[in-house]
Ligand binder design. Sequence first.
Ligand code: ARJ
Length: 420
Amino acid sequence: MAKAKFKVADLKLAPMGLSKIDWAESRMPVMMEFRKKYSKTQPLKGMRIAGCLHVTKETAVLIRTLAAAGAEISWSGCNPLSTQNDIAAALAKDGFSVYAWHGQSVKDFYWSIEQTLAFKPTLTLDDGADLIFTIHNRFPKLAAGVLGGTEETTTGVHRLRAMGKAGKLLYPVVAVNDAETKWDFDNVYGTGQSSIDGIVRATNILLGGKTFVVAGYGHCGRGCAMRAKGMGANVVVTEVDPIQSLKATLEGFRVMKMDQAAKIGDIFITATGMKDVIVKRHFEAMKDGAVVCNTGHYDCEVNIPQLTALAKKVREIRANNEEFTMKNGRRIYLLAKGRLVNLAAAEGHPSEVMDMSFANQLLSMIYLAKHGGKLAKDVHDIPGDQDQQVATLKLATMGIGIDKLTPEQFAYRDDYSAGT
Ligand code: ARJ
C-alpha cells in the first residue's frame, strides 16, 4: 500500500490506540468472523471507501475489516469532539489515510472531509450525512464515480430520505440505521449505556434519587430513560408524539411539557433529533446546579447561544463540563459543549453492540459494490435477510441456541383453513 497521507493530533499516541483496538476486536466477534471470511474472497477489491464516522476503537475495527475485504480507505471523523486521538494515531500507524483529531474547528472538520475525496471514492460511508452533503453540494461531479453510500444514524437517514423524495440524490444510499440489528440495539442499549457513561465521566454525580429529564422517547431516549431508571433516577420524559408519550407513560415514566420539567429537573438530556428543545425560558426556570446535555447527533438540541447570553460568567469546571453562572447566581452545567455526550465525553457505545451496527455497514458496502450501479438513486433498506444473518451470527458468537419451527409448524402458520 502506498504511504498514506494523514493528519492526526499526535502519532506518539498510537501504542495506546493499538491496544484499545485489540480490546475492541476481542469484543466484536461478528466483525472478526466476517474479516476472516472476506479477507479470502476480497469482495471490496478495487473499491475506494471514503468514510465520515466517529473515530473510535470500534470504528477502527470496521476500517481494518473493510480493508481486509479489499477496500482502499480514506477517513474523517463525523463530529469535531468525538475523535479519540490515540485511535486516530493508531490508524495512521496502521497506514490508513485518516484526517481526524479531537477539538477540530468547523473549518478543520470540512477540510478533513475534503481530503477523503482526493482519491475519488467509489463508495461513501456516513454518520450524519456530512460527507454525502459535501459531495452533493460542493463536488457533484464526483458522484458519477460513486456506486453508493451508507448512513449510520437516524437524523442522517431522515435528511437523505427527504433528498431522495425530492429526487436530489445523485447515487443510491443504504439506510444502515434502519436495520433492526442496528436500530433496536445500538440506538437503545448502546445510547442508553454510553450516554449515562458520558454524564458520569463529566460530572461523577450520583444519579440515584435525581430527577432525570429525557427529551424524546424514540429509540435513543428510551434507552436513556431505561438506564437512568436502572441507576435509581426519577425519570421524566418530554415528547411531541402522542404515541411515544403513551409508551413512556405506560412504562411508568412521568410525561410532561419541558416548561414543567425545566422547574424540577436535576439532569437533562436531549435525544430528539430536533433543534431548540431546551431554550431560554427553560434555562431561566432551572434549579441551581442543573446539568444539561445532548445525545442527539447534531449540537442544536440545546440552544447554547441563548444559554451563553443569559450567563454573567462561563468557566470549564472539569473536562467536558462548563459552568454557566446566571445573573442571579444560579449555575447551570453544560456537558460536552452540547455535542453528543456519549462520544464527546466518553467512548461511545460498547464494542459488543457496535459489532452488529458495523456488520451492517460492512455487508451494505459489499452489497453496494456489487449492485449499487443498478439501484435507484434513493434511500434503500438493508437488503434481503441481512438482519437475520447478523442476528444469527451474533447469537452464535454468544453461545445462544434457539428453537426452530418444524415443517408442520411452518405449514400451520400459513394455514388459513384451520379454525380455532
Ligand atoms: C462509532 C458510534 C459509537 C462508537 O451508531 C451510533 C450512531 O447512530 C451515531 C450517532 O452519531 C453514533 C454511533 N456510535 C455510537 N457509538 N460510532 N463508535 N463506539
